[in-house]
Design a protein around this ligand. Structure first.
Ligand SMILES: C[S@@+](CC[C@H](N)C(=O)[O-])C[C@H]1O[C@@H](n2cnc3c(N)ncnc32)[C@H](O)[C@@H]1O
Length: 257
């Protein structure tokens, strides 16, 4: 099964829908609004003058928000449609950034560039079958002492939605609409894999990343679940038997090996 071709087709198709959505609010981003959330802004910290590799950058809105904060950004994504849109968006707002259309493993094998920061966020790991290769790409792309940051949706919530928590070689293959409000029932085939928190952490440690923090969050800045409710000033929450479900986690690390 050519999962890369299947997922590329899905993400190519989703890109225009996302650009047109209120979820991504591109109009206000063009006017200067930052698309980054308090979690990643606090954890990544000062980026001015630093080189930053954004893995699985989609159409580059978050990448360009880092660039507006002074980072020298390179974004990588599988979807050629998303990368073409990222380049067009960069031109439109006149913010310099480099965007590369590539599968993450292919990028990892062919690139020799190293960065001060590697950043990746919100819905990235499920598209990857092998986290050891992912973590090796992260480590290889960092300067010695460089920072790694992941902010990801929590797999515990996926378990409550009927997906596996523990890693599996066998992917989930589904017909799925996208997560923006304007998707209007349009579906694509997608191939995804579950990844537990310990699998992610172990893959990073084995690749030479020293973990500096691991945090879990009950609130998400994004409304991605029909059952989620908005709590003023905090974000979206999901409850199970009256208790909050972890919706996000973050990992901060440093390349030491
Ligand atoms: C949910 S999006 C990332 C979200 C991003 N934080 C945003 O909202 O802008 C996931 C991205 O992963 C990319 N992707 C999926 N499989 C990939 C692969 N094998 N290599 C590189 N990128 C991949 C998709 O094209 C998509 O843009």
């Amino acid at each position: 099964m050519d999962y890369i071709a299947i997922n590329k087709k899905a993400w190519d198709k989703r890109t225009q829908t996302h650009l047109d959505s209120t979820f991504y609010d591109v109009k206000n981003f063009i006017r200067g609004q930052c698309s980054l959330n308090p979690v990643e802004l606090a954890e990544v910290g000062e980026v001015k003058g630093k080189s930053l590799l954004h893995l699985q950058c989609h159409f580059g809105q978050d990448s360009l928000s880092w660039a507006r904060l002074g980072a020298q950004v390179t974004g990588v994504d599988l979807s050629s449609e998303a990368i073409a849109s990222a380049k067009a968006l960069a031109d439109e707002i006149a913010v310099p950034a480099k965007f590369i259309a590539a599968d993450i493993y292919q990028f990892g094998e062919s690139s020799s560039a190293t960065f001060d920061i590697v950043y990746t966020s919100y819905g990235v790991l499920c598209w990857l079958p092998d986290l050891s290769r992912w973590a090796e790409t992260v480590a290889k792309s960092l300067k010695l002492g460089g920072q790694f940051h992941l902010v990801e949706f929590h797999p515990f919530n996926d378990l409550l939605d009927g997906y596996a928590y523990f890693p599996s070689q066998m992917p989930d293959i589904e017909e799925e609409g996208t997560y923006t409000e304007n998707c209007s029932g349009e579906e694509s085939t997608v191939v995804t894999w579950p990844h537990s928190c310990s699998e992610v952490i172990s893959a990073l440690i084995n690749a030479g990343i020293t973990i500096e923090s691991f945090n879990e969050f009950a609130y998400s800045p994004y409304q991605c679940w029909p059952e989620a409710e908005y709590v003023e000033g905090k974000g979206y929450q999901v409850t199970h038997k009256g208790k909050q479900v972890p919706l996000l986690y973050s990992i901060k690390g440093k390349r030491t090996g």
